[in-house]
Design a protein around this ligand. Structure first.
Ligand code: BDR
Ligand code: CA
Length: 318
């Protein structure tokens, strides 16, 4: 069964790994890719995305530029986490493909409404583009099977003690997604931080002939605590592709339906509050609005998920 997906990215070393995975996986069909400022500024994100798709030898997938800053906050400083260029300084040829002439929201709208079957929207970045899409074109909800987003956490954060980067960068956008009423899966930081590929596999990729496989190896080597290529020990966190592994191999994940909200205020701003109490209070009786319920990934079979990622990258060499 092929799942038709749209990807929203801020490429980014792990977004790049997700692009390589999505293009190669036989159960995924990528209809379009929207770019948003996040790991890098918008133009750099678009450039990185085009270069990675070239390395993957991807078909003609529209790549559209979207928001260059969060909904209400100023743009954040660039190059904080994945090196100045967002790809840890990996040298890649100038892209042969070009960006779509359409703005991201319009590209997403056309792809969703033009699809003969419902589409899954996979957001691997701050959710500004997705929030704008839902606000400007609420009719797309009818042909969205699900939103899967990498973001938030059922435990602690990375940018702050409680906030994960994608949600922290644009908490109002994340709120729009969480409260959209569209079936939504949250692949949060606590699960994200466990999915690694071992160093021998990354080294094997690095020495491969195929540019996509070589790129995967270089990217994995930069998926450490610091991603600028400077001295660091190997961690091999694959990151964003885990959200796609959830789509292709849901049986490898433990998920549960929980009430979730985004904390917009004060020192907790950008936190996803996942209500994991086994006995919820009756919010109606207390005069409280019920919280939206999301499917939250809580655990995964790390070895099997890593094996699926490795197998998928190996498909480039046949
Ligand atoms: C998320 O933030 C970005 O740096 C990564 O690409 C990932 O989507 C992790 O917090
Ligand atoms: Ca990302």
């Amino acid at each position: 069964m092929v799942t038709r997906i749209l990807l929203d990215v801020d490429t980014g070393t792990d977004d790049a790994l997700a692009l390589l995975y999505a293009v190669a996986h036989p159960d995924l069909e990528v209809l379009g890719i929207s770019c948003v400022a996040g790991n890098s500024g918008l133009d750099q994100v678009v450039l990185n995305t085009l270069k990675v798709l070239d390395a993957a030898g991807a078909g003609d997938i529209p790549v559209a530029a979207g928001a260059s800053r969060p909904l209400i906050e100023r743009a954040r400083p660039e190059g904080q986490f994945h090196g100045a260029d967002g790809l840890g300084g990996i040298p890649l040829p100038e892209p042969r493909r070009t960006r779509s002439g359409l703005p991201a929201v319009e590209m997403l709208r056309q792809q969703i409404l033009g699809s003969p079957e419902p589409v899954t929207l996979v957001a691997l970045a701050p959710q500004t583009n997705v929030a704008l899409l839902l606000a400007q074109h609420p009719d797309v909800a009818a042909n969205l099977a699900r939103i899967v987003f990498m973001g938030g956490s059922a435990a602690g954060g990375n940018v702050t003690a409680v906030a994960e980067f994608n949600v922290w960068q644009d908490p109002e956008a994340a709120t729009a997604v969480v409260e959209s009423g569209i079936p939504t899966t949250m692949y949060g930081l606590d699960v994200f931080n466990r999915l690694t590929v071992d160093e021998p596999t990354a080294n094997r990729f690095r020495n491969a002939e195929h540019p996509a496989v070589r790129l995967a190896g270089e990217l994995l080597h930069r998926r450490g605590a610091r991603s600028d290529g400077s001295a660091q020990h190997y961690l091999g966190l694959i990151g964003d592709p885990g959200a796609l592994v959830w789509l292709t191999n849901p049986e490898l994940f433990t998920t549960a339906t929980h009430p979730v909200r985004v904390n917009l205020a004060g020192i907790g701003r950008g936190q996803t509050i996942v209500d994991r109490r086994s006995h919820l209070q009756d919010s109606e009786a207390l005069g409280l609005d019920p919280w939206p319920e999301l499917e939250v990934a809580l655990d995964l079979d790390v070895a099997a998920a890593a094996a699926d990622f490795t197998r998928t990258v190996d498909r480039y060499t046949g």
